[in-house]
Each structure stands twice: as C-alpha cells, then as structure tokens.
Design a protein around this ligand. Structure first.
Ligand code: NAD
Length: 398
C-alpha cells in the first residue's frame, strides 16, 4: 500500500489526543471514523473539534465551506468492529496501558482488512511490546503526535523491532500529506527522540537537587537569565505536570541501564504536589496559574552554570546519532518543532564546540554522576577535529 491509497482512517479514542488526530486527518481530506467506548466521550471529542474549527473560521483562517467539509468527513461510533472493517490505517490513542493496547491491537488486527496499517500514538510504551500482541507485527508502527495535535506539526514515526521499512514509509508520506513534519525514529528506544532527549536534563537537574548541590531557584535563575528558557527547568516541570514527566521517566529508567529517577520528582508525586494543576510543585502557584517566581535573581543565577543542563541533552542526542536511531537533522527538527526551541540541540553542540561539550560532561561525570560521562561519539569527534562551527564540521557541515 502507498500513502496515496489511504482513504479511510480510523482513530481509536476521542480523548485529548484522539480528537485532535481525527481532526488533523479530516483537515487533510481523509474520511475519518472516530471510535470510543461511550457515546458521551465521542460527543465531547466532536465538540472539541467543532470548537477548534469554529476558532479557525472566526479568525478567517478557513472558509465556511472547508469547515463544513471537514466536519462532514468525520463520523463517530462506539462500534469498533464496524469502524475498522474498511480502514486503511488505524491510529490508536487510547489510555497508556500496555495490556489494554495489546488487547485492542489483537482484536482490530483480526477485524481490519489485511492491508491495514496499525499505528499507536503511545508516548512511552515500546512499539515492539504493543505489536507483540498481533500476528503480523510488521505492520504495527508508532505514530507519535504532539499536543495540541492540530497546532503541533511534528510527528515521530517509530519503527518497532519488526516494523517494515515499507510500513514506516507509508506513515511518513501520510504525515506529509497531512501537512505535518515527519521524523524517523529508526529504533524503538525509550522516550523515542523528543522525550528521549528532553527527559535527561529534567532528571539531571532533579538529581543535582537530590544531592544538595543546588536549589531549584539557583538552577532556574541561571537557565532563565543565562539561557533564556522562559520557565527554567523546574518551572517547566511544574507547568507540564511533575506526574507526566515522572510517568515517562519511570518507563525510561526501567529500560535504560544505569538511569535512575531523581528522588525529588518521586517525592513530589507521592505528596500530590504536581505543579500548576495542584497549586504547588517546586513552586507555589496560587490560583493554579503560572507566575514567574519572585525569588529568581542574578545573584542566584551566578551560582550555577546552565550549560551543564544543555550538555546532558546533547550527550543523549549524540547517543541516538551513534546508535543510528535518528539523523542529526531529524533530531534537531524534533527538538525545534516539538519544544519550540529556536535552535536544535546538535546545532547548539556545534556552536558550543564539541571539545567544550566533552569537557563539561567530563566535569559532570567526575563531580556528580558517572552516568553522564561523554558518549564515545563525542570523544571521537574531538579526536577527528570535528569540533563544530569553529572547524566547519561537527554534527553538521558549515
Ligand atoms: N496527552 C498527551 O499530551 C499525549 C501526547 C502524545 C501521546 N499521548 C498518548 O496518546 C494516548 C492517549 O492519550 P490521551 O491523553 O488522549 O488520553 P485520554 O484519556 O484523553 O483519551 C483516551 C480515550 O480513549 C478512550 N478509550 C479507552 N479505551 C478505549 C477502547 N478500547 N477503544 C476506544 N477508545 C477507548 C477513552 O474513553 C478516552 O476517551 C496515550 O497512549 C498517551 O500516552 C498523549
């Protein structure tokens, strides 16, 4: 099957992600069936789609004709068997529970046409484990959208151990047809590309606090004032939800040898101090609204080198390049579009200088935690004189 042969899309789950995925496919001209277990969930999902399209219409971004056509392309049902019967591709966005996803995949495989591709939007479960429940894991693939789906244009395409290149290529081309930017994650690594890199610095700063080396206020003063991160790192944890990061990290720490969860994250989750949504996380959030903490100051910023946070992310990105999980350009595309970073992680490495990155990682490894020792690829690049912009070649050529 080619992307051009895909006509009927079935989306399982009408929740936070599912309704956005259904809308995005319908906006790209596909006929979509959205499935959930109860009609009330479908109605809520559809109301969210109507609201979103209504906003586009109000702002003059789409015509009434287009608005109506998109809505007409979406049907809803609780009858999963009927919904998958004619599907060319099924995208699953049901809760992040492996057993549930496995049951659903085994069932839909039996009821969908033979050619249908089964995609999962899982954030953290191995694609290989979801596919293990099917008879033909070759056609199971990860299609990881970012939230809010309609506005976020990046989609990670993840190959499980058995996913064929052909299947991954169809999903890649389909993503382009949706007007979104696909990136290939060639191996089923924990956290894939985006979370796989982002979680490292977030966990690392937590570990520095665990060790009593720095306070969240010192680290955030430095990352906001010297790096320009709008919320710092602990502020970001509070904003995203400490439980959300904790749950992804839990999967990663069980799968990445030597990686340990920062205790301060675990403690906050146990106390129910999850960030903005609970009014308290690393900071207080009266009214459950983000407010820049008043304690941040230049004096605190001067106590911490924020590049330490940056190089930890670079180290993980280097590992993904070395293991041929993703290309440097796909990694940077993911980090820029996925996290609104103005510059990609590996571009930053090239501008800092790979030798400087290695020095800082050696320092972290010696002073704080051996887990962050520089990846052999970075050391090899230094040996080869590929130091980044200053030598006209690093991860990229200049
Ligand atoms: N929330 C995010 O930011 C985000 C981002 C990327 C990926 N994801 C992943 O997307 C998936 C869905 O997450 P969500 O945030 O949309 O969850 P959600 O709870 O908002 O929605 C899940 C929906 O699936 C429905 N459902 C449950 N069992 C079903 C079944 N057997 N068949 C059909 N529908 C069923 C539920 O009723 C619910 O409406 C998860 O795997 C999650 O990890 C989430």
């Amino acid at each position: 099957m080619k992307a051009d042969d895909v006509k009927n899309v079935t989306v399982l789950g009408a929740g936070f992600m599912g309704h956005g995925i259904a809308q995005s496919f319908a906006q790209a001209g596909f006929d979509v069936v959205m499935v959930d277990i109860k009609d009330e969930f479908l109605q809520k999902g559809l109301a969210n789609i109507r609201w979103s399209l209504g906003k586009f219409l109000e702002k003059g971004k789409i015509s009434q004709e287009y608005h109506d056509a998109v809505l007409n392309r979406i049907t809803i049902t609780t009858d999963r068997d009927a919904a998958v019967k004619n599907a060319d591709i099924i995208v699953e966005a049901i809760p992040e529970i492996l057993k549930l996803k496995q049951e659903v995949f085994a069932d839909i495989e039996a009821k969908a046409p033979k050619h249908a591709i089964l995609a999962t939007n899982t954030s953290s479960l191995p694609i290989t484990d979801v596919a293990a429940a099917t008879k033909n894991p070759k056609k199971v693939v990860g299609m990881h959208f970012f939230s809010p789906v309609v506005r976020m244009n990046i989609v990670e395409i993840i190959k499980g151990e058995k996913t064929t290149d052909e299947v991954a290529k169809v999903i890649y081309a389909l993503t382009e047809k949706m007007g979104k930017e696909p990136v290939m994650c060639n191996k089923d690594v924990p956290g894939f590309i985006a979370n796989g890199i982002q979680m490292f610095p977030l966990n690392f700063v937590g570990q520095l606090v665990d060790m009593g080396k720095f306070t969240p206020e010192e680290i955030d003063s430095a990352t906001t004032m010297k790096l320009g991160l709008p919320m710092g790192t602990f502020g970001l944890l509070d904003f995203v939800g400490i439980d959300v990061v904790y749950n992804v990290l839990k999967f990663m720490t069980t799968r990445i040898p030597g990686m340990k969860m920062a205790k301060c994250l675990e403690e906050r989750v146990q106390k129910g101090e999850l960030g903005i949504k609970t009014g308290k996380g690393f900071y207080e959030h009266p009214g459950n609204r983000w407010q820049r903490p008043t304690v941040w100051s230049q004096e605190l910023a001067d106590r911490f080198d924020p590049q330490l946070v940056v190089v930890v992310g670079i180290n993980r990105a280097a590992e993904l390049v070395a293991d041929e999980v993703a290309s440097p350009s796909d990694i940077d595309k993911t980090m820029k579009l996925g996290f609104n970073q103005p510059v990609g992680t590996l571009e930053v490495a090239d501008s800092l200088g790979i030798d400087a990155v290695v020095d800082k990682l050696e320092y972290i490894s010696k002073e704080y935690n051996k887990f962050y020792a520089p990846h052999p690829l970075l050391k090899q690049m230094v040996k080869d004189g590929k130091l980044g912009m200053k030598t006209k070649e690093g991860f990229f050529k200049y």
